[in-house]
Design a protein around this ligand. Structure first.
Ligand code: PLP
Length: 355
């Protein structure tokens, strides 16, 4: 029997980092000053939103005016949809995506139109793909006000190649296009397209967060790059009294410690390979290629309930999806190497017990 390794529940169900942020963030917290706690920042008076937006703008060679800061990227999603989607207008969203997208349009009386993805197997591993031709066809038919793409997408883990993205952006210049890149950094750290696309497509907004790659979900900091036509959104999201000074500082410290985060990403890449190989050894299991910090795995329906209970007894929580687009799939958040091996050993034990 696999020994009980963890005394507390291991939450491998919410795509949070199990490694935690750069240790330098904790060092900073020990030295927080009274000013940082009791004073507003003076950044607005300097003509910028914050030192963080300045920093991001410099890193990406984009005007600070076009960088938006927010309370996590959930806040960006809400601000964008609430600001731009009028009653009875449509937003195009992926069918196989984060359930949360499906709810925001209704808050403002709008409608969702869903576009499908397709699945292909390459080198023995299945993956979801964006079907850009189909998306353009649906866009032309439905004429939505907003189009949403998630890359990498949750929970399927796939991303859209930049050439395909460019082709799509070119075809839907009449809509506001939001790209949710909350899971940027885990499978690819390409940033080369950000500036050219923001310059070329004035209705584009690319949203990112410090919650996933930078392991700072509790801070609630998101940011976005907005094209030149989105000035109203930018003005709407500005906060005259500034943002959370401690969070800004922690985010900047995280940006400085790229080595720490790269090491984690490399470990995760190793663990994804390990999961792909191990899951494919079980009958009826199908892992999907992932560019994120989680992995979608299709499993036989009949084992779901028992496996869930078995893992819970071992203090392991993974997400057995049960929604319209995902009835038999499970989403596993990649943990530390220790957690991942313990999870896999536990699943093996469960499967062996069933023989
Ligand atoms: C696809 C996707 N986008 C955005 C978010 C929001 O993250 P945050 O508000 O922490 O930036 C999440 C959170 O899980 C997510 O899965």
């Amino acid at each position: 029997m696999v020994e009980q390794k963890f005394k507390e529940i291991q939450y491998l169900d919410r795509n949070e980092s199990q490694y935690g942020p750069s240790p330098k963030c904790f060092e900073f917290l020990k030295d927080v000053t009274i000013d940082e706690l009791s004073w507003y920042s003076r950044d607005y008076a300097r003509g910028v939103k914050s030192s963080l937006s300045e920093r991001i703008a410099a890193d990406f060679d984009i005007s600070e005016k076009q960088v938006i800061l927010s309370y996590g990227s959930e806040d960006l999603l809400k601000q964008i949809i609430h600001y731009y989607l009028d009653r009875k207008e449509r937003i195009l969203i992926p069918k196989h995506a984060w359930w949360y997208y499906k709810k925001v349009a209704y808050e403002v009386g709008g409608f969702n139109v869903e576009y499908p993805m397709y699945i292909l197997e390459k080198d023995g591993l299945k993956s979801y793909y964006y079907d850009v031709d189909k998306m353009i066809e649906i866009y032309n038919r439905e004429r939505p006000r907003i189009v949403l793409i998630a890359s990498p997408n949750n929970p399927t883990g796939n991303k859209i190649p930049k050439e395909e993205l460019g082709r799509f952006l070119d075809a839907c210049r009449g809509a506001l296009v939001m790209i949710d890149e909350a899971y940027w950094g885990f499978g690819s750290k390409d940033n080369s397209y950000v500036k050219p696309f923001i310059d070329e497509f004035p209705n584009l907004v690319i949203c990112r967060t410090f919650s996933k790659y930078y392991a700072l979900a509790g801070l609630r900091i998101g940011f976005a790059f907005a094209g030149k036509n989105l000035e109203e959104l930018i003005n709407y999201s500005v906060r005259y009294l500034g943002f959370n000074r401690i969070s800004e500082k922690l985010a900047e410290i995280a940006l400085d410690d790229e080595q720490y985060y790269s090491d984690i990403m490399n470990k995760m890449q190793e663990d994804k390979k390990y999961f792909y190989d191990e899951f494919r050894k079980f009958d009826g299991f199908e892992p999907y290629k992932s560019y994120a910090n989680f992995m979608l795995v299709n499993m036989p329906t009949e084992i779901r309930k028992d496996l869930d209970s078995f893992l819970k007894e071992r203090n392991l929580l993974i997400k057995f999806l049960n929604e319209e687009a995902f009835k038999t799939e499970t989403r596993i958040t990649l943990g530390t190497q220790e957690q991942n091996r313990y999870l896999m050993d536990s699943i093996k034990e469960f499967m062996n017990n069933r023989k």
